[in-house]
Design a protein around this ligand. Sequence first.
Ligand code: CA
Length: 241
Amino acid sequence: MNGPFRMKPRILIAEDEEALATLLRYNLEKAGYDVETVGRGDDADLRLKEQLPDLAILDWMLPGFSGIELTRRLRARPETASLPIIILTARGEEAERVRGLSTGADDYVVKPFLVPELIARVQALLRRAKPEHVASSLKAGELEIDREKKRVSRAGRDIDLGPTEYRLLEFLMMSPGRVFSREQLLDGIWGRDVYIDERTVDVHVGRLRKALTRGREADPIRTVRGAGYAFNERFAERAEN
Ligand code: CA
């Protein structure tokens, strides 16, 4: 999918905690993005006027002006009115305030967070904004997702999945081997604003498993007792053996 003429999606991060900015830059670059970091809200504003990224990650509390103020300014300008924006907030009262505010941001992530969770949100947001920025297929052994057609196949046979099972499989397959708690899966798939019982996750995982495996085929989903679920990183090897 990433042909030689495709530019990497660009992300601007405004974060004054240097260690966090470095960590995010490292991981997002590893995930295939071009990343620039700035430590102040006003600097971020200047950079955004010079060069438009594909997505911005803005800390709420920044010197200069806040991520919220910056979001308001960006939304008021036609060039950045629809720029995908993720706001980072501290846990607690601040997060509650963000929840109740119409900040104009597309998403927000509460600190401390797991980097793969943030990357999943970046990918989801870019997919919504610019579908061409996300790999068009995911493959693990005999299992394949065509993300443009939203179709899943195993060893060449089509697998019929409901929309939730599809998103669940896609989410897990993006990070093979990583264990996601039920809460993380709820956040990543249903979103934070929806209240759903965690047992709902088990129901959908059960449906997904049933759809994916026939007879004695290997189960690509791993249950980790007391922790959650993962896409089995050994699945690709096993299926190829
Ligand atoms: Ca800060």
